[in-house]
Ligand binder design. Sequence first.
Ligand code: BGC
Length: 254
Amino acid sequence: MPASSQRLRIGIDVGGSSIKCALVDVTTGERVERRSVPTPAQGSPETLLEAIAAATDGMPAEIPAGLAFPSVIVNGVVRTAAHLNRAWIGRALDRAAADRLGRPVAAINDADAAGLAEQRFGAAHDVAGTVLLLTLGTGIGSALFTRGVLVPNTELGHLKVGDAEAEERAAPRIKVERGLSWEAWIEEMNQVLATLHALLWPDVVVLCGGITQDADRFLPGLRCEAPIRIGRLRAEAGVVGAALAAPADDATDA
Ligand code: BGC
């Protein structure tokens, strides 16, 4: 592999509506090639793997991939399926994807991936203390760092806030499903932020996800004792973080 491509990894991010992937320079976070395909609705694991393979089709075979997935991932195995087909539970995602894609694959929780990217290249790169990152989308994902080190699979979107889970109150999906006004949604988010802050006392909170395109509509109304920052890598944090989590390329990194 030429020297320049030794820095490249494939990042894949499986979201509720699309599967995004890119060739990422892991030393700079730069995306060399970007692709996106629709996520099959609640399909079988095989259907989803097929769509992931279609998204990465034609990318150089020798380049390892990181796969950001909306579930708890322990040692490459899917352990939860809040918004996924439950047949995923117990499946070794890293092995299944490596077999299907014909390249080494490491799997990671999607919010953890976004956090890795924002901590390395984005909104939290200058924060040495505790960073709480929330991804706002179909669910609420969380990534927790202290001194730049990730505590994986924190799943704070499932924390009870009052009488319901945080993500059932304040995920942007809920805003749409319940037709919440910005004011009503901001109030839900403020309760989620107050609960999380009281437990974790982060130095900085980073918010990511498509809804952050409308940050000017909600940021002025959010209350939190910690400063709130909007993710800098926007919709591509997951892809970049997945690439950072990809396995080393034994052929060239040895
Ligand atoms: C899942 C998390 C995921 C988050 C964002 C939650 O429902 O439990 O694993 O990170 O959604 O996709």
